[in-house]
Design a protein around this ligand. Structure first.
Ligand SMILES: Nc1ncnc2c1ncn2[C@@H]1O[C@H](COP(=O)(O)OP(=O)(O)OP(=O)(O)O)[C@@H](O)[C@H]1O
Length: 449
């Protein structure tokens, strides 16, 4: 989508004459008007195309207009809605406004009133669209850091944003891969269309096609309504395939086919549909090693790896630690309405010596925790978590057993993920079950008696 594309208005009314009136009244504006005679048809339009504005009658035959309004609010939060009704009651009008409608207009519609309400909303939508285009972050794309590592990443983002090729981002968990993907999307000419993050580990094998390509009503048992898939939602925009290294071979095959043909089969429909979707994928795994072991398709790898961006771990760019921690302290202090505290030199030294297994995510969580617990305007070593208090670890004396070292590392990683076991397992390179067993053993060892 471009900044000057017309806005799309969907008029929903069971009365064909009312729909004609709306179309006639708004024909001259900066609008592309579509109509739907029922709620079901309206849902289909909403899910398969990018609508900006809906004029929705309260009394449509197959669904309560107020419920449809609520559905639109929950699923398409950027869409503006104007309700219409022939004999609206005061509670209806109050509920419509409460559920987020701009206005409730009484039928028969007065052309001047409809036009002025629509124009007001177009003003709002234009402003929002301009913000999307103008707010494209200039030099750093929202990435904080001064190290050579992060400067190199920013340079690669700029190059990737200027073209339309697929991108593969790799780096440890929490290094900022999703932030990089967003920067590429919002820094390029797809910024006005959607950025759709998809976690490849979260799609059950049985639902892959319907999740990716959508389905029509009745396509399978339980498909009560038509639903758009990720590729339709991201048409004109970008799909961010997170954890692509965990995609099943089945999912890899389906993705490869869309990348090759640039078209999708909506489940239950006999039509194919062209899609124009950019793919940015990310992983913390070594995909080439997986290709060697036949765990990742080589043809898919080369389709994704057109532009390659590596985000280094935080321990390899210690120069970024202070700017990052100060950025998060300022951000959260502002939200809490307090002055951000300042680190002592000793505390800064300890932050730099920490290995940051959870990377920037760990540092962000730490900043938040420090602020919540802060009881003075300085932060010293004693305020840091236990694992960061020693500074440089003792090397010769106080040597630990391998299992004690493992336990310490596991607990440190868990702390960095805020207790999230799935993420901790991913960072540690083990599955959740193994992590659970190891934790059980750690608890047993540390139990008194
Ligand atoms: N350079 C940076 N500047 C500012 N914030 C950052 C930076 N890098 C990461 N972050 C923040 O750190 C958090 C984790 O980043 P993100 O989710 O992008 O990491 P990721 O590599 O995609 O992690 P995962 O692989 O676990 O999904 C986010 O809140 C992100 O905004």
């Amino acid at each position: 989508m471009k900044a000057h594309d017309p806005f799309k208005l969907l008029a929903v009314d069971s009365d064909a004459r009312a729909l004609d009136d709306i179309r006639d009244c708004l024909a001259e504006g900066k609008l592309d008007v579509t109509t739907a005679p029922s709620g079901a048809e309206a849902l289909r339009v909403l899910e398969f195309s990018k609508v900006d504005l809906v004029v929705l009658d309260l009394q449509i035959p197959d669904v309560d207009g107020l419920s449809l309004l609520q559905y639109i609010r929950e699923h398409f939060k950027d869409i503006e809605v104007i309700m219409t009704a022939e004999f609206p009651t005061v509670p209806d009008a109050v509920l419509a406004i409460k559920r987020g409608a701009e206005n409730l207009l009484v039928k028969p519609l007065q052309p001047d009133e409809l036009r002025s309400t629509v124009n007001r909303l177009i003003g709002k939508l234009s402003h929002r669209r301009a913000l999307v285009f103008e707010c494209t972050p200039p030099e750093t794309y929202g990435l904080i850091g001064i190290s050579d590592g992060i400067c190199n990443v920013i340079e690669r983002i700029e190059r990737a944003a200027a073209i339309n090729a697929n991108v593969l981002i790799h780096g440890e968990s929490g290094t900022g891969k999703e932030l990089v993907a967003r920067a590429i999307h919002y820094g390029g000419d797809r910024a006005a269309a959607r950025f759709v993050p998809v976690n490849c580990t979260a799609i059950p094998d049985t639902l892959i096609e319907s999740e990716l390509f959508g389905h029509v009503k009745g396509a399978f048992t339980g498909a009560k309504d038509s639903r758009a898939g990720f590729f339709q939602i991201a048409d004109g925009g970008t799909i961010f395939l997170d954890e692509i290294g965990d995609a099943s071979l089945n999912l890899q095959g389906k993705l490869l086919r869309v990348l090759q043909n640039k078209e999708i089969h909506i489940v239950g429909s006999s039509h194919v549909r062209k899609v124009d979707t950019r793919i940015i994928a990310a992983t913390h795994k070594d995909l080439l090693a997986m290709v060697d072991k036949n765990l990742f398709r080589e043809d898919l790898y080369y389709r994704l790896d057109v532009v390659d961006i590596y985000v280094p771990p935080l321990r390899e760019r210690p120069a970024d630690i202070l700017p990052l921690v100060n950025h998060f302290l300022n951000q959260y202090a502002k939200e809490m309405g307090i002055e951000p505290p300042i680190f002592t030199d000793r505390a800064i030294e300890n932050l730099k010596n920490h290995s940051w297994p959870g990377n920037v995510r760990e540092l962000e969580n730490l900043a938040q925790r420090l602020l919540v617990n802060a009881d003075s305007d300085t932060l010293d070593v004693a305020d840091l978590p236990k694992t960061m208090r020693q500074g440089v670890r003792p090397r010769a004396e106080g040597l630990q057993t391998l299992s004690a070292l493992e336990a310490e590392h596991i607990l440190r990683v868990l702390e960095s993920t805020g207790g999230n076991k799935t993420r901790a397992a991913a960072i540690l390179g083990i599955d959740r079950k193994t992590l659970r067993e190891k934790l059980k053993r750690i608890v047993e060892i540390h139990q008194p008696g």
